[in-house]
Design a protein around this ligand. Structure first.
Ligand code: G3P
Length: 235
C-alpha cells in the first residue's frame, strides 16, 4: 500500500519524506489556502522533494478552462497528477489528459457509480472521501469496500483507489485490509501509525538495561571504529 501525505506544508513533507516511507503527496485548494503560499511555487517545491505522484487541483469548473489549467499544472514536473472534480466536465478533462499521458486524480468521489465513471475516464487515481461520509453518518469504509470489489472484477481498469479524507489510523488499516492501493492522510495520522505505548515502554526498559552494561556499540571513539572493523570473510 502506498502512503501519500495530504498537505501543502513543505516542512512537514520534507520531514516525513526523510523516513523513506512517503510515496506521494496530495493537495487541494483548501490546503493551498492554508499554506498561504503561491500555488505554482509550492507545487514546484513539493515535486522536487517527493519523486512520486503530486496531486495539484484545477480551479475551473468548465472543461476548456480545466484542460488549460491541467496542461499548465502538468508542465510543472513529470510527477504531477492533475486533480479534477468528479463532474461531467471533470471526467471529460480526465479523459483528454489521461489520453495524453498525464496522470489524473479524480477527486470528490462519494459513490461506487462515480468511481466506475472515473475508471472509464482513464483516471490514474480515484479519491473517495471516507471521513466526510463518516461525518454525515454514512460509513465511508463501505464505499472503499464497494469500489475495491467492483474494480477487481475488471482487470483492465488501471485506476488506483486512493483513500482520502482519512481521519485516523483505523481508516488506513481497514483500507489496507480491503486492498486499496493508496492512502492519503495528514502527517498526524502517519505519526499515529508509528506510535504504540508498548513500543515506548519496551524501548525505555531496553535502554535502562543496556545502560547497566556500561557498554557502547561504537566504542569510545564512536563511528571512527568502523575503519578498524574486519571485512566479511576475513575473520
Ligand atoms: O485532499 C482530499 C481529502 O483528503 C480532504 O480531506 O479532511 O478535508 O475531508 P478532509
Amino acid at each position: 500500500m502506498k502512503f501519500f501525505i495530504d498537505t501543502a506544508d513543505t516542512a512537514e513533507i520534507r520531514e516525513l519524506a526523510s523516513t523513506g516511507l512517503l510515496d506521494g503527496v496530495t493537495t487541494n485548494p483548501s490546503l493551498i489556502a492554508k499554506s498561504g503560499r503561491d500555488f505554482i511555487e509550492v507545487i514546484e517545491e513539493i515535486c522536487e522533494i517527493v519523486p512520486g505522484p503530486v496531486s495539484a487541483e484545477v480551479a475551473a469548473t468548465d472543461h476548456e478552462t480545466m484542460l488549460a489549467e491541467g496542461k499548465r499544472l502538468a508542465r510543472i514536473a513529470p510527477n504531477i497528477a492533475v486533480k479534477v472534480p468528479l463532474t461531467p466536465d471533470g471526467l471529460k478533462t480526465c479523459k483528454v489528459l489521461s489520453g495524453e499521458g498525464t496522470m489524473v486524480n479524480v477527486t470528490l468521489c462519494f459513490s461506487p457509480g462515480q468511481a466506475i465513471l472515473a475508471a472509464k475516464a482513464g483516471a490514474s487515481f480515484v479519491s473517495p472521501f471516507v471521513g466526510r461520509l463518516d461525518d454525515i453518518s454514512t460509513p465511508g469504509m463501505e464505499l472503499i469496500a464497494d469500489i475495491c470489489q467492483i474494480y477487481s472484477q475488471y482487470p483492465d481498469f488501471e485506476t488506483e483507489v486512493l483513500v482520502a479524507s482519512i481521519r485516523h489510523p483505523m481508516h488506513v488499516i481497514e483500507a489496507a485490509r480491503m486492498g486499496a492501493h493508496v492512502a492519503t492522510m495528514p502527517g498526524s495520522v502517519i505519526r499515529q501509525l508509528f506510535s504504540h505505548p508498548l513500543t515506548d515502554k519496551g524501548l525505555a526498559a531496553f535502554l535502562a538495561d543496556w545502560a547497566k552494561t556500561g557498554q557502547s556499540i561504537l566504542g569510545k571513539d564512536g563511528a571512527k571504529d568502523d575503519k578498524k572493523a574486519p571485512s566479511r570473510g576475513q575473520g
